[in-house]
Design a protein around this ligand. Sequence first.
Ligand code: FUB
Length: 460
Amino acid sequence: MSLKHSLRQWLLMGIAGFMNIQPALATNPLIMDQFTADPTARVFEGKIYVYPSHDIKAPPGFKGKSDWFVMPDYHVFSSDNLTDWKDHGMIISQTGVDWVDPNAYAMWAPDCVYKDGKYYFYFPAIAKPAETAEGSNEKKRPEFRIGVAVADKPAGPFKPLPTYIQGVRGIDPNVLIDKDGTAYLYYSAGRIYVAKLKPNMTEIEGEPKVIENLPVKGLVEGPFVFERNGIYYLTYPHVANKIERLEYAMSTSPMGPFKHAGVILDESESNCWTVHHSILDWQGQSYLFYHDRDLSPSFDKNRSIRADKLFFNADGTIQKVIPTLRGVGLVNAKSEIQIDRYSARSVGSVAVTFLDDANPHAGWKTTFGNAKSWVRFNEVDFGQGAQKSIQVRAKSGAGSVLEIRLGSAEGPLLGRVKVDKTADWKLSSAAAQHLPKGVHDIVVTQTGGKAVEVDWVSFQ
Ligand code: FUB
């Protein structure tokens, strides 16, 4: 790594670390420095807030199962552009809630809603094993309950209530506040249940009811309900085959009856067993937030959150979401453009691997195997197009050449960067020409005949 590069990285990380903002990536996964799962995305106070759960590697002395989830707490993240994500830090921990077993590491998928000036954060966790059941020596079995924490602001501080919601046993809470102000709590416990919440948002009215007409074969969990043009959509992960995929059902009422309507997201190509999601409208576009195992290919209980665009058909049905590496945020041309999160690539001869297998959080590199191998990276924001040079962080055992073009592999040439023979990562640069204003796709092609590894490309 060159001194200049180290200094720049250090400065970027320093600034980002100070403000808890990640260097802008805008790509999938959304969060690189930690594992995140089960994202519920909401718009509060003009920003996107994402409430995921938090997977970690088992800490020393961990007594649970080695191949299972280890989930101690929750962080909240926000963004006003889908590119820069700010980590507001930990908002609730298993050690800070009276009723939660502080050693259970089972802070599973949460939700957060706003009502009458307060933010209500709903989270499942394993309750402290109660002392002996009344009148017997029998120990109560640990069970999942759903708690509530309340805040004045979307990032907290959240104050957990001393006990869980009475009458509810299960996981994956989701709350819909209907147009008339009535709030409904959905959750899963083998099947999906719904109960009306009292106006205090912390107690249910009557008994929870099972939602009928959903698949009964294969696990169904993780409900996320929303209303659009008078249609209520109940979306949920379901194991129809071997692992979860996202399906949905439609109704004209929040309590149902719902009718199964189709699949939103197919099973993950990575074979991640779980998927868990939410759907958000932001500035006229709908987005699916979900998770996969990008930062942990060999252990799918260390997950990472993603976002991709979601589209409705004219009749209100939902088109299948196409999962991408590219994600949804615009990428500034001056940033380190991570072309390994490409939008498209040539067939064969392009490989994406971790920069450092021992530290997946450092991200990936792209290896262009032979001449004519290329990747396209969509939606780079050139602003006023005042950049003058192209920089590439690359290495090549025999030396190579990269061409960067606008739009397609045949598009206008923006520059040709020669990468000298080097065993170490090195910055190579070339003058840029024809740089456009505004947002454009770029294509990076290897034209030098020898393999070259690329960390990132940037326009300065
Ligand atoms: O993250 C733990 C559990 O895995 C969630 O609660 C489920 O929805 C599944 O994603």
